[in-house]
Write a protein that binds this ligand. Sequence first.
Ligand code: 5GP
Length: 187
Amino acid sequence: MPKYLAGKYSHSQIAEVLIDAPAIEARVADLGAAISRDYAGTIPLLVGVLRGCIVLMADLLRQITIPVNLDFIAISSYGPTTRSSGVVRIQKDLETSIEGRHVLLIEDIVDTGLTLGYTLRMLRSRKPASLAVGTLLDKPARRLVDIDLKYRCFEIPDKFVVGYGLDFDQLYRNLPFICVLRPELYS
Ligand code: 5GP
């Protein structure tokens, strides 16, 4: 575990590191290679789902060796707690027309799949040439909506995780690994 955690972040807040930084780096390199191979000859549009995707997106982009375009969308899902609010709405729409484009949605985590299911339906109505999903984490135990994940880096157990872009109450996104916090912090 890095020694630099300080101030509001202390090592005592972390219950368990599930995926360390070298393991993430290796899987993101695999993902970049797969995208470069599968989309060769096209210019895919990578769509990041804000804000959890940003660390993955920054690392992934630099592992892709073909030309790509980039855009972002923000969809509300969870509030400041770890429970699903059931409220799904677009907070920031794409700036790019996706009609006829090969679109690859980049997610931090797929949990129930409700947010992603909604986002995919909305994007599909805009008639992309193809629409696929790549996610860093997959939590299949809680899935409510059947979703085809073209790429996923890690399957994880039913635990609320933070780090590498994922937050709890807008904190912990800057941790370079995926971890579980001590239960008392979540309550
Ligand atoms: P879903 O609609 O699949 O249930 O939830 C998707 C969103 O919920 C994710 O994009 C993420 O913002 C949030 N989420 C689900 N599980 C976790 C988790 O374990 N940790 C964090 N930080 N966010 C999660």
